[in-house]
Design a protein around this ligand. Structure first.
Ligand SMILES: Nc1nc2c(ncn2[C@@H]2O[C@H](COP(=O)(O)OP(=O)(O)OP(=O)(O)O)[C@@H](O)[C@H]2O)c(=O)[nH]1
Length: 303
């Protein structure tokens, strides 16, 4: 098989599409995008321009992004929404309604002299992520003390995110976290200071996790974090960094004293386990190992 034929065959087998677009906004080629659950066939676009196919404001915005990526000479990422109804000439073979996409626009290098400057615009349908984020916001399921999602939200969310990640072949890190020796915090400084410490820990979770990660207070001094599309070693690194932050920044508790919070955590890849109960129990078993290993410790895949 000729190399170019092979490349074409590989590109066309991709479930997510790649649009090759020049600096005037003309579609020169459309590769991949086979997954009809997530995408319409885009081949009808070839030869047309953004402005011939899309509403003016969207076409202007997309062309600006393309020119910005070409000017910068590096990959740029954007999130945008689009529905089949907005695309003139679309054959409506794909999903219905508004879809959310992440676009990665890469300038193409080493093109033949007779070609205009072009980008490869890779597109990923992220509608399900958006829907999950929104669902989480809508579920009036926040913990009164910390404002984090609560156990009810966790019980609702874990099976759904887990099933979605399994379907897509993506990892889903689940971390169960328990603050160490928290009883002694209450005993030594009093319950109101214990409450303040729990709020302080929740703030640290909010601050130091990525935007898509979901911190939850399961109850008492027990927390969970769901890290979508994240392998367990990366989740361990994230929580290790949080442990370092807590060590470096003790919390003032009045009378000049400071309190250093520490936690133990157990992490599993929930997507590799059959259901949410199995994921929870596996993470809990690792948390127990971390406690037995001396606390202030994280047990992941290498535990
Ligand atoms: N201030 C405050 N304390 C809480 C809250 N919920 C649970 N606690 C306290 O958290 C402490 C948990 O204690 P233990 O389960 O013995 O665990 P620990 O002292 O953290 O010890 P290890 O987990 O074994 O490291 C108890 O003293 C609870 O009263 C809360 O909402 N506010």
């Amino acid at each position: 098989m000729l190399e170019s034929q092979l490349l074409r065959a590989v590109a066309d087998s991709l479930s997510d599409p790649i649009f090759v677009i020049d600096d005037t906004g003309r579609y020169l080629d459309v590769l991949g995008g086979k997954d009809r659950d997530d995408y319409d066939s885009g081949r009808y676009l070839i030869g047309q321009t953004l402005h011939e196919v899309l509403p003016q404001a969207k076409a202007d915005r997309f062309l600006n992004w393309i020119r910005a990526a070409l000017a910068r000479g590096e990959v740029t990422r954007y999130e945008f929404s689009l529905s089949a109804a907005e695309c003139a000439g679309n054959h409506r073979e794909g999903p219905n309604g508004e879809q959310w996409f992440e676009g990665r626009i890469s300038p193409l290098n080493d093109l033949p002299d007779n070609m205009p400057p072009c980008v490869a615009w890779m597109v990923f349908n992220i509608t399900h992520h958006k829907a999950m984020q929104q669902q989480l916001r809508y579920m009036a399921a926040s913990d009164a003390l910390t404002g984090l999602a609560n156990r009810h939200a966790f019980d609702e969310l874990l099976p759904r995110i887990q099933a979605e990640h399994r379907r897509r072949g993506l990892p889903l890190a689940l971390a169960l976290i328990d603050l160490d020796h928290f009883k002694s915090v209450n005993d030594r400084y009093g319950h109101p200071t214990g409450d303040a410490a729990l709020r302080c820990f929740a703030d640290a979770l909010r601050t130091h996790l990525r935007a898509g990660d979901v911190p939850i207070r399961l109850g008492g001094e027990e927390f969970a974090v769901l890290l979508p599309s994240t392998e367990t070693p990366a989740a361990s690194l994230t929580l290790g960094r949080l442990q370092a932050v807590l060590r470096a920044r003790p919390m003032p508790v009045g009378t000049g004293e400071t309190l250093t919070l520490a936690f133990s955590a157990g992490i599993v890849d929930a997507a590799s386990l059959p259901d949410s109960d199995a994921a929870y129990h596996a993470a809990d078993a690792r948390l127990y190992q971390a406690k037995r290993a001396g606390r202030d410790c994280i047990a992941g895949d290498d535990a």
